[in-house]
Design a protein around this ligand. Structure first.
Ligand code: GDP
Ligand code: MG
Length: 619
């Protein structure tokens, strides 16, 4: 970008910041403000913008040349592209100008205007990602075939663009007209009454009548603007027609101010390069404003990384750290296991529906035989019935065990990051559970053997033969009358006896199954997890093998470490960037200080406060 060194610095800066953000994975939004030019017809708006880009590509001349807004996007890349023909790349700036002219005519024949913008992107490694807006000039009287309301049409269009708070307004007024009547300034004041985003630009200082000058204006005394005025001399129509290079024009402009009696004392605050400097300063300020947020994001990210890395990554190679992590994992497994199995031991049974509840429910589910009453002696029938309890009792235990296995696997999932650890722990647990189950089944078989080996007709709760008969007599008086035979009657007595005896046995078995399962499976496993498993592992296995992270976690950890370092670098770079921007801004603040009447004190004060803040937050 010819003649715009400040811009080059900014480009480097923004690129660095972008790079920093990308490398540390932090999303950075840095929408730079749009810069729009406002002014009367032929005031020199397009010329000012063109100078800003440093290339000759905008259609210019007398009359309304700019008849549609041109949204010019500068993108830090390689070529030029229009939105309306986005697959064509323009590398020749003369062609870009022709395309703007043709595209303007395509939409509006004749001499009208249109608020439908032309979108042009200039991709160049030498520009900043920035949007410039060229607007039609304000006009008073329609001429030729122009629509009658052309004045308000243009006005509305301009207002639409410059109302945005993020839009910097370059209010362009030619020096050879009356500043007091400047439509550009009036319009700017409407949308920006405090003048925080309006910069006055005085063009055509070379075309003033002999004996007149714009010194009062440029010294910001005539119609003071908060940000003051910058005088420029653009290329005349003749210079453009003669293809005068922008660089040469800028040299000529410099000479003009240096040699002019009324301007030479101000020469370094005038001219295109100075205007660019001011704009660069604006952009720097804006960038600077985005820095604290970016810094905060980076710091937050650092904290997260540090928190995550505390356990696993900081001293990864130390076996002590690995042991610590392993103990930590075991504590978690223990906690989760006790928690879910815990409802056995609490009074809140049934309130929680975790694995423990399910087990509780299983061991208390009624164990029963499919009662039937064959025509046999009581004792033989009782034995048959008892034998029928074997299967359901066995099933109950198997169901408890498979539920318990599910629960354990939920717990060991906590060790997923360490596949070897989980594998060994799972293996040991399964083995142990199987041992417990075997013992429990043995006990259960023994229990049923006891029941089978002796039918205790002396049991305190047993109805007995006498009891059964009197029950029969009470209930079936009428049966006899209706001619039931003795056999049925005896069979009914056996029924009552079996019913009574089986109630006793079922209760006992039910009760003892629950207690056996608790004693030989649940308590044992809990004890194993709480006390035995970890010491076993620590003595039998190698901690480095056990605590080796899985591939995914290893990658995640490596990524984390990379990002952590990038974030650290980013913060370092941010500090440098901050201070380099501060330097530019402070110099410009001091330089502009004298032209901005009445603002000097406030500027100093904010300047001091900012410095204090800076030292407080070290940015
Ligand atoms: P716009 O209508 O506001 O966009 O104005 P342009 O940039 O198209 O300029 C209108 C005409 O004024 C062109 O012929 C320019 O060459 C000429 N012009 C613009 N600025 C200056 C200046 O500072 N000095 C001289 N001599 N001519 C200028
Ligand atoms: Mg123009």
């Amino acid at each position: 970008m010819a003649g715009n060194a400040g811009m080059e610095n900014l480009i480097t800066l923004v690129n660095r910041l972008q790079d920093v953000a990308t490398r540390s994975g932090v999303a950075m939004k840095m929408d730079l403000p749009q810069i729009a030019v406002v002014g009367g017809q032929s005031a020199g708006k397009s010329s000012v913008l063109e100078n800003f880009v440093g290339r000759d590509f905008l259609p210019r001349g007398s009359g309304i040349v700019t008849r549609r807004p041109l949204i010019l996007q500068l993108v830090n890349n390689e070529y030029g592209k229009f939105l309306h023909c986005s697959n064509k790349k323009f590398s020749d700036f003369d062609e870009i100008r022709k395309e703007i002219e043709q595209e303007t005519d395509r939409v509006i024949g004749g001499e009208g205007i249109s608020n439908v913008p032309i979108n042009l992107s200039i991709f160049s490694p030498k520009v900043l990602n920035l949007t410039l807006v060229d607007l039609p000039g304000l006009t008073k009287v329609p001429i030729g075939n122009q629509p009658k309301d052309i004045e308000s049409q243009i006005r509305n269009m301009i207002i639409e663009f410059i109302s945005k708070e993020s839009c910097l307004i370059l209010a362009v007024t030619p020096a050879n007209t009356d500043l007091a009547n400047s439509d550009a300034l009036k319009l700017a004041k409407e949308v920006d009454p405090k003048g925080t985003r309006t910069i006055g630009v005085i063009t055509k200082l070379d075309l003033m009548d002999e004996g007149t000058n714009a010194r009062d204006i440029l010294e910001n005394r005539l119609l003071p603007l908060r940000r003051g005025y910058v005088g420029v001399v653009n290329r005349s129509q003749k210079a453009i027609d003669d293809n005068k290079e922008i660089v040469a024009a800028i040299d000529a402009e410099k000479q003009f101010f240096k040699c002019h009696e009324e301007y030479k004392h101000l020469a370094d605050k005038l001219g295109t390069p100075y205007l660019q400097k001011i704009l660069n300063q604006q952009l720097s300020s804006h960038i600077h404003e985005t820095l604290p947020a970016l810094r905060k994001k980076l710091l937050d990210q650092m904290k997260i990384f540090e928190k995550n890395m505390k356990l696993e990554d900081m001293n990864l190679n130390e076996s002590a750290m690995k042991t610590k992590t392993m103990i930590f994992l075991f504590d978690q497994v223990k906690a989760v296991f006790s928690n879910s199995i815990g409802c056995y031991e609490s009074d809140d049974i049934g309130k929680s529906f975790n694995g423990g509840y399910k087990i509780y429910w299983l061991i208390h589910k009624r164990v029963r035989s499919g009662m039937f009453t064959p025509d046999m002696a009581f004792e033989a029938v009782a034995k048959e019935q008892i034998a029928l309890l074997k299967e359901p009792a066995k099933n109950c235990i198997s169901q408890v065990v498979s539920k318990l296995q599910e629960l354990l696997s939920d717990c060991t999932q906590l060790m997923d990051k360490y596949p070897r650890l989980r594998e060994i722990v799972d293996e040991k647990l399964m083995l142990y559970v199987r041992e417990c189950e075997e013992k429990c089944q043995e006990q259960l078989s023994a229990l049923l053997e006891y029941e089978l080996s002796y039918i205790n007709t002396k049991h305190i709760d047993f109805v007995g033969l006498e009891g059964a008969r009197s029950l029969m007599a009470d209930n079936n008086m009428s049966d006899e009358e209706e001619g039931y035979n003795r056999k049925t009657q005896s069979n009914n007595t056996t029924n009552i006896l079996i019913g009574s005896y089986m109630t006793i046995v079922t209760k006992t078995v039910q009760d003892l199954v629950a207690k056996t399962v608790m004693c030989l499976i649940i308590k044992k496993i809990k004890n194993f997890i709480m006390l035995e498993l970890l010491p076993q592992l620590l003595t039998e296995e190698n901690i480095f093998t056990l605590m080796e992270l899985c591939e995914g976690e290893k990658n995640k950890r490596d990524d984390s470490i990379r990002m952590y370092n990038a974030t650290k670098d980013a913060l370092k770079i941010l500090k440098e960037v901050s201070s380099s921007i501060s330097k530019t801004r402070d110099t410009v603040t001091e330089e502009t200080g004298h032209t901005v009447t009445g603002e000097t004190e406030e500027t100093r004060e904010t300047f001091n406060i900012k410095n204090k803040l800076k030292s407080l937050f070290h940015y």
